[in-house]
Write a protein that binds this ligand. Sequence first.
Ligand code: ADP
Ligand code: MG
Length: 242
Amino acid sequence: MPAIEIEALHKSFGRLEVLRGIDLTVEPGEVVCVIGPSGSGKSTLLRCVNLLEEPTSGTIRLAGVEVTDPDCDIDAVRKGVGMVFQQFNLFGHLTVRENVTIAQRRVLKRSRAEADRIATENLDRVGLADKAAAYPAQLSGGQQQRVAIARSLAMEPQLMLFDEPTSALDPELVGEVLAVMRGLVADGMTMLVVTHEMAFAREVASRVVFMDDGLIVEQGPPAELFGQPREERTRAFLHRVL
Ligand code: ADP
Ligand code: MG
């Protein structure tokens, strides 16, 4: 059963049709990277997957559950989907440990001891076990983004969505976040990743999806999409960014 199954997804904001019929399937364990120009609808697509945006029409199934069904318990579905944004959105008044435990306690109703144990495990996974008592402002952007990833992982999601997780970082901090993401890939995590990091996409993606103007223009294995793009729009985009 696919981890994500999107059919004929349309999304409009008022008169602006931002997604114009997206079909996309992601199998368990796949890492699908979405690339494309600014404004092409990449973030909107990701936000529709966990219903941060309500699709105008179309269906989305996550592990077989139709989340676009009005009767769907979206809170239950969201628990299984981690999302990491360009902006880390950590709570500035909470320590790193508290940032990683708060949703575990409030949403998953874990005990303090269990939430702490899982926080430690996941901070260790992103290389920040020694920063548990620090506040976000005491960390670099790369460290803050790694905390945001640990916070998501602590919810033990079936699926991780990343929306340009390195775009807000100084260039020297990008590598440490990509290294953490490579670790997730190695662990077999199912990931849908919007990124401008073409080298990363080429290296880790099972599949690369090129979006333009609210549509998937083409998709394929990275060697094909980067090496022999079939569509002129893909070639023009790659020519600009590579
Ligand atoms: P990308 O992530 O590829 O840059 P987005 O999905 O953020 O593209 O945006 C696609 C288009 O939708 C843009 O024209 C953007 O201005 C518009 N858009 C995104 N979110 C909203 C919103 N909440 N209200 C109105 N327009 C929006
Ligand atoms: Mg975006």
